[in-house]
Ligand binder design. Structure first.
Ligand SMILES: [Zn+2]
Ligand SMILES: [Zn+2]
Length: 367
């Protein structure tokens, strides 16, 4: 077989294998539904009132959980705006130059018109050779998805998708509702779990479902709670998992809190301005995913202190935005201009800023 044929076959096999963790979760959820609804509620609980309340609450949580999980899995990452891709002439120009400084000069010229404020550890423009684009701030190339992911958080095997700008809110809701789902099952199953050990349950197969339901729900609760708390902390700090591991490098140096605008604004950047959309797995994050307001406007002369429409990428986002969201220009202005929760920005100047050269390897070249 031709090498290219075997490579595509390997790729095809890999793609099938990547679905195994999702299938595993789906099977557990399907079994938990059967065990809770049929074996516990319908077969084992005798009190009608208790049965109805449990079933009602369970189904509300179940629907929200499955909906959020579905959205996290099937929301495709949106490509960076066209402005970040190299034009045909720029590609030719770049190919003609030798690697190194002259290439960087070309990239720097293109980056001048883009809202790009982060750099590689060596201070170079972040460029993805694979996708042939200048990486927007917080964007990273995922080697599994084989594309650049806006505000990449991490590649999650449990959803077989990259968690990033387009589905981070869904991922947070998935964690929240799955935790709620497990806690609800643990709490309502507890009484019957105790009955199992005190021989208070009739000798049917339901008792074993009740036993395993309690074990699995409580075990998942612990791991989900730790993950959920960690991501709540990340949202409050406006950091992605990648940025928590390695702080972003700005023109003046690294700053792990460079994108933080204060807890309230950080939260709204992910969940949006409208409270009614916060608990629903519908996209409501602010911005276009390609540029982010930073609290370092005073330190970087290239960063606009009040973002105007002069930025081509922001303009493009406003004209042909791909999300049912507000364009960054509007949300960024509001995030930067309104006064509350601006404390972190005030502290930015006094913050200890480490030099870019102090860092080790970059995460730029994951591909
Ligand atoms: Zn890429
Ligand atoms: Zn990925």
């Amino acid at each position: 077989m031709a090498p290219s044929g075997s490579r595509s076959m390997k790729r095809g096999c890999q793609r099938v294998l990547y679905w195994i963790p999702v299938l595993f979760i789906a099977l557990i959820v399907a079994w938990s539904y059967y065990a809770y609804v049929l074996q516990l509620c319908i077969e084992s609980i005798e009190d009608t009132g208790e049965k109805v309340v449990y079933l009602l609450v369970y189904h509300v949580v179940f629907v929200m959980f499955v909906w959020a999980y579905w959205q996290t899995i099937f929301t495709q990452a949106v490509n960076p705006l066209e402005e970040f891709h190299l034009s045909y002439s720029d590609k030719e120009l770049l190919e003609r130059e030798d690697r190194g400084e002259s290439q960087q000069e070309i990239l720097r010229r293109i980056a001048r018109d883009l809202p790009i404020y982060t750099r590689t550890n060596s201070g170079a423009i972040r460029f993805c050779e694979r996708c042939q684009l200048l990486k927007p701030d917080r964007c990273h190339h995922c080697s599994v998805c084989d594309k650049c992911i806006l505000k990449m958080d991490h590649h999650c095997p449990w959803v077989n998708n990259c968690v990033g700008f387009s589905n981070y809110k869904f991922f947070m809701l998935f964690l929240a509702y799955s935790l709620l789902y497990c806690l609800f099952i643990t709490a309502t199953d507890l009484r019957y779990f105790i009955k199992f050990w005190t021989n208070g349950l009739p000798d049917t197969q339901a008792k074993f479902h009740i036993l395993f339901l309690f074990f699995s729900a409580s075990m998942f609760s612990v791991s989900l709670a730790s993950l959920f708390i960690y991501h709540c902390w990340l949202v409050c700090r406006n950091r992605s998992t990648l940025e928590a591991v390695r702080a972003p490098v700005f023109r003046h140096g690294t700053d792990k809190s460079g994108f933080s605008l204060g807890i309230s604004k950080n939260f709204r950047q992910v969940f949006g301005d409208e409270v009614k959309y916060w608990p629903v797995p519908i996209f409501s994050s602010l911005g276009d995913g390609c540029s982010f307001p930073t609290c370092l406007v005073n330190l970087d002369p290239e960063q606009p202190s009040s973002p105007t429409g002069s930025n081509p990428a922001n303009k493009a986002a406003a004209e042909g935005r791909q999300f049912p969201s507000k364009p960054l220009r509007e949300s960024q202005s509001r995030l930067l201009s309104s006064t509350p929760s601006w404390t972190e920005a005030d502290n930015a100047a006094s913050r200890d800023l480490k030099g870019a050269s102090n860092l080790g390897m970059s995460i730029e070249n994951e591909a």
